[in-house]
Ligand binder design. Sequence first.
Ligand code: CO8
Length: 261
Amino acid sequence: MAYENILYDVKDGIATITFNRPKALNALNGALLAELGEALDGIAADENIRVLILTGAGEKSFVAGADISELATFDSLKAKAFAAKGHAIIGKLQSLPIAVIAAVNGFALGGGTEIAIACDFIYASENAKFGQPEINLGVVPGFGGTQRLPRLIGANMAKELIFTGKMIEADEALQLGLANKVVPPEGLMDEVLNTAGVIASKGKVSLRAAKQAVNNGLDVDLANGCRLEIDAFSLCYASPDAREGTSAFLEKRQPEFKGSL
Ligand code: CO8
């Protein structure tokens, strides 16, 4: 499928989506969001893809937020439809049954931070900058920032970022637990691909079960979360991977995971 606003590539079970509107710092317009939604549907249906990486084209930006020239034309109803569409796509991203890594290579503002924090984790380049600047435009985050950011970095710090609209540097994002790792720009993709390769070598069924247990567990209390883990653990034994992993350990060899979803 030909895309105009994203680049899509798959190699060795690792898919990469690159937001590709570098002249607008990869701002999210309606056309880009539609292409992102289609690409995510294709990935969800593809048994061979083990990991998805999201990054931005050019050296300056991951995603500089929603396209402000489109936001400027909204009335209340259009704003609601746009925010709902963004939530549906970001929800799709978050619930993919594979690992999703954000390789944040520059500005991740507004919708850019919101996409990055819906991924499983973030590796950032030293020049990355995060923020929720919507308040400077007279609006609030509309793609999940008021909900996912407090869950990730705590309510008070999220409120400070959302109320001030200020940007934070990569090292502060690391301190806050927003980014897992910060690396020089030229090393970012190698670092991300290295971790993606490690994850791609694991069993699909156990990876999916682990992701669902963590994600769904965050929405419930500890006792119910632990029940989710019991189910996730037992579900793994429906796949030959559990037998293969434990046998490989006892036979002192590397496991070959082949279980399907
Ligand atoms: N939308 C459209 N165009 C943009 C955007 C954007 N978000 N960001 C940058 N651009 C364009 C600029 O207009 C400029 O275009 P041109 O060359 O044609 O003038 C080009 O990209 C380069 O940008 P700058 O010249 O401004 O580059 P600088 O290095 O000087 O500054 C910044 C970089 C700091 C990133 C600056 O461009 C900036 O502040 N951008 C806007 C960031 C922002 O406010 N993002 C949040 C948008 S709101 C949002 O994301 C809400 C999501 C949910 C919406 C739901 C709504 C219902």
